[in-house]
Design a protein around this ligand. Structure first.
Ligand SMILES: Nc1nc2c(ncn2[C@@H]2O[C@H](COP(=O)(O)OP(=O)(O)OP(=O)(O)O)[C@@H](O)[C@H]2O)c(=O)[nH]1
Ligand SMILES: [Mg+2]
Length: 366
């Protein structure tokens, strides 16, 4: 396994998440350099941390340095040339994970588009560095080459977008077909590793891959399930993560869009997380749903992994998230099946209130 030195914050939850991302990308974390502040102008970290990194790099000879925030190209260049090592920032690391996990044609395209966006947002400064003669490999780049470079990225982005638009139309057709067939739809959402796929498998009787690692699921799967005794179509989706840049959401829009059209959104929350982490992830999920434009009244909250919580713990955590007394919130265990049926009953109520009642079910009730 390749090794990494991880630069993160001096908070346990931040280090744990960044280490899990490293692991998901296939790097073993050999050392952690924890800083109070990141985002310093020249190297992203202070001089003291750079000195420690130099020493650690020399001693342990890692393959990369992972920096748990976003770096400007100039910062990346400065740090990489001081350490004589490749530096991956948080976005580059997430892109590496996505690249390794994307299996369907659509998810590969989405990852490709996100990579090009990453490249594009850095192209301007990289070219500026090249002009200053600071970026090896780009020495003496002229106006012509700069234009070619930009146009090349732009062209490839447009090609990826066009193909994704086609996949998007295909999805819209499928959705229309399902509606005609009389199915209401539901969608799972939530932070990566919250237990979406575990719940999906239980409901759909599937054995899709689920794993303790981050971003196990990248493409959307839809299966028929029963909710409150009625048939619905349920989709499993890609997990959210904090500090996910808007362009990545754009890249994954065609799959995340399933969420917008769902009659009910089951927001899966890992209730076994410690309070600070729980709150951070919840906020990040709510922000992502809002950015996508998902209607809040369609959300049902599933406080998952209740089997790991002590008595009264889940209630206290619901309170912390402002969900105390919320009727559309329930403690469940996707692993044991506890309360899963009740959760689906709530989801059905929400779906029906949205006018997304499955006509097949409505017909049966008459
Ligand atoms: N104890 C316990 N573990 C659970 C429960 N639900 C899920 N898990 C575990 O949590 C881990 C993550 O589960 P997944 O279902 O892969 O999570 P996910 O939300 O699909 O994650 P991504 O696809 O990465 O976004 C796995 O190791 C599951 O076995 C639960 O109710 N109780
Ligand atoms: Mg999953």
């Amino acid at each position: 396994m390749r090794t990494a030195i991880l630069v993160s914050y001096d908070r346990e939850d931040a280090v744990a998440e960044a280490a899990a991302l490293c692991d998901a990308a296939g790097y073993r974390v050999a050392h952690v350099v924890a800083c109070r502040f990141l985002g310093r102008p020249k190297y992203g970290v202070g001089e003291e941390a750079v000195a420690r990194l130099e020493k650690l790099a020399e001693e342990s000879g890692p393959d990369v340095v992972v920096y748990d925030e976003v770096l400007k190209p100039s910062q990346n260049y400065n740090l990489a040339s001081r350490l004589h090592l490749t530096v991956l920032d948080r976005e580059a690391l997430i892109l590496e994970i996505f690249e390794g996990r994307a299996s369907s044609a659509e998810s590969k395209l989405q990852v490709r588009l996100a990579q090009l966006r990453y490249e594009m947002s850095r192209a301007r400064e990289r070219v500026r560095l090249a002009r200053m003669g600071e970026q090896p490999g780009f020495m003496g780049i002229g106006k012509f080459e700069v234009d070619v470079y930009h146009n090349d990225i732009r062209g490839r982005m447009n090609a990826a977008r066009a193909k994704l638009a086609k996949a998007r139309r295909q999805r819209a057709l499928h959705r229309a077909g399902r509606r005609r067939a009389g199915f209401g739809t539901m969608s799972l959402a939530g932070y990566t590793s919250a237990g979406k796929t575990t719940l999906f498998n239980r409901l759909a009787g599937e054995s899709k891959e689920r794993a303790p690692g981050l971003f196990t699921t990248l493409s959307t799967t839809t299966r028929r399930v029963a909710a409150g005794g009625e048939p619905y179509l349920l989709s499993d989706t890609v997990g959210f993560i904090s500090k996910l840049p808007a362009y990545m959401i754009e890249a994954f829009r065609s799959t995340l869009e399933e969420l917008l059209h769902a009659d009910a959104i089951l927001l899966v929350i890992d209730a076994s997380d410690p309070p600070a982490e729980l709150e951070k992830k919840f906020k990040s999920c709510m922000r992502t749903l809002a950015e996508l434009g998902a209607p809040p009244e369609r959300t049902v909250f599933a406080l998952n992994k209740a089997d790991l919580a002590g008595p009264g713990e889940v209630d206290a955590k619901a309170g912390l998230l402002g969900l105390a007394g919320e009727k559309k919130c329930i403690a469940v265990s996707a692993a044991s099946g506890h309360n899963v049926e009740k959760l689906m009953g709530l989801a059905r109520d929400v779906a029906e209130a949205q006018g997304g009642a499955s006509p097949a079910g409505a017909w049966r009730r008459r």
